[in-house]
Structures are given as structure tokens and as C-alpha cells.
Write a protein that binds this ligand. Sequence first.
Ligand code: ADP
Ligand code: MG
Length: 344
Amino acid sequence: QLDNVSPAIHLLPPQLANQIAAGEVVERPASVVKELLENSIDAKADSIHIEIDQGGHKRILIRDTGSGISKDQLELALSRHATSKIYNLDDLECITSMGFRGEALASISSVSRLSLTSHPEAQSEAWQAQTQGMDMAVTLSPAAHPIGTSIEVLDLFFNTPARRKFLRAQKTEFQHIEQVVRRIALGHPNIAFTLKHNGKLIFKWGAGTLEQRVAAVCSPNFLTYSTRIDYRHEQISLSGWCSCIGQGWQTNDQQYIFVNQRMIKDKLVLHALRQAYEGMLADNQYPGYVLFLNLPAQDMDINVHPAKHEVRFHQARKVHDVIFQAVSQALLLAQAKQEQAQHD
Ligand code: ADP
Ligand code: MG
């Protein structure tokens, strides 16, 4: 008889609601790194320092030179649906920042022991907010910190055993982290990056030109075997470098596509590239590319996936054609130039 009684509906406690959201945003240590780096970029940092211990299971520290968070906003920054980046629906239609959901810090802090230390320029000293992951309680204390922000994430998933089980060996998790940092660094050559793992320096890249950053991040010969693309059609542009005809790679890891500076995996874009490269490389070769597609923010929707891996283009056909045209043209032009040079 009890079976017919419907259970009472109740609101979930914030901690649990955040942990559920974390299931979508924080898949593994690399997703934490991605979210934190995007926050540093949105804060206009010109330098970002990353320290990882034990593949990120133990510790992730990101320190930036960005605008900082004032003392009275630290607690808010850690709560869900709290953001400084959008105000209304119009803003959502036209996203220009990396973040906008106001979920990352709340999600991460619900599944780790997190401390957020910040020193905005307008404040005379730094303050630190700490959470223990047990409830959403925050403690504030004064701290020492240069202008900017540090976020330290300890013991990721310590309170969510189901998630913790999916963590792979430190080496694997670190590879994912390194890949995320490389991608983001490629999209932001004007920011200096350092990455350390277990106290060892993995790389240190100063701010510089895009070409310098590509040379640092991609295979050492990447630029030698690539041709430059600089194409524009109405409001859509595609620029960067891609493998010349017959000069592909043995692996498919030299492939980077950015849409409005955001690294994404998009089927439509990949399809256009595959089509442009059809018959251009040996069967066992992959093209390499670093391509930046830019279009007005209101011509696409980034609010498709919690981790923002996907976009929707309002004029999908047009975007596809621009990419296909731009790459095909660049490949043929590069070949013609090469033949001319051999002829001379
Ligand atoms: P979102 O990035 O979607 O706004 P987050 O949870 O990632 O949501 O961050 C919440 C807010 O905290 C941001 O809107 C921003 O105001 C502030 N914030 C987070 N990280 C930083 C940082 N490194 N520097 C300055 N402000 C930050
Ligand atoms: Mg964010």
C-alpha cells in the first residue's frame, strides 16, 4: 500500500546540487585546469603559472596576474550561478568571455578542498577563502599574495568515491592536463605560461607572437611543412597554418582549431577540413593544422555543452564552405609556388 505513496519532493542541499553539476563540468583533473585557465584569461592575466602534483589528483595550483577578486566577492565567486560575465539574455546571445555559466568554482569546490586567494589592485592586501568540500561553508582569512589570483585544488574527488574510481594513473591524467595547457597557450600567445609537474619544470613560454607560440607548442618542423592561411569572406575569417600537399604527419596530434579563440571539437569544421584534404596526403598521413576561425559572437551558440566543447553555427553551410574554400585555395597556391620555385 505504501508503494502508492509518492515520495515527497524536496530541494537538494547546495553541496549535493553542486556535486551533481560537477559531474558535467569536472570530468577529470584536466577539466579543472581548463576551467581555471579560462577564468585567468577572462581576468586578463598576462602570465599564468601552473603547478600540478601527482597528475592533479593531489594538487592543482593556478596563479595568475589578472584583475583579482575583492574580499567581499570571494564567497560569491564560489557559489553556483554567480558570475561577473553576463547579466541578461542579450549577453548570453553574444558571449565574448570564456566563462559565463558561473558553475566552475562552485562545482570544483564541492568535490575538493579548495582555496581561493586574491589581491585586486584596488585592495591593499590579499584575502583567502577556503572550503573543505564537506558543506559549502567558506572561511575567510588575510593572506600574502601579489596582484592577481591563485586557486589551489587539493584532493580532487576525495568526497565522491564514484568519480575518484575513474581517475587514471598520474601519468595519463598529467598528459591530459598538458594537452589542455598546450591548447589554451596556443590560443593565447600574448600570455606567458609555466607548467610544473611534481616540482619539475615541463615548460616555460614567454609572451610573444603567434608564430613563436606555434613553434613552441607544435612539432619543431610544423611551420616548415605548413602553409599560411589568411582568408576572409564577409564576417567570417580563417587564419593560421596547415600542412602542405603531400606533407602530412604520422599521427593526428598536430590538429588545433579555435573558434573565436576557444578550442572546440566540431563535426562540421572537421568535415570541411577532411574534404579539403581529400586526395592531398598519402593514405597513412594526417594533416596538421593550427586554425583560427573567427565570426561574430552572435552568429554562433556556445551554450550547447556544459564544458563548452561544442558550438552551433547559425549559418552552418556558410561556415563549412568558408573553411573548405580557404584551405583548398591555400593548398593549391602553396603547391603552385613550390612548382614555380623548382622551375626557376
Ligand atoms: P564563470 O567563469 O562562468 O563566471 P566561475 O565559477 O568559473 O564562473 O567563476 C565565478 C566568478 O569568479 C567569475 O565570474 C569571476 O568574476 C570570478 N573569478 C574566477 N576566477 C577568477 C580569476 N582567476 N581572476 C579573477 N576573477 C575570477
Ligand atoms: Mg569560469
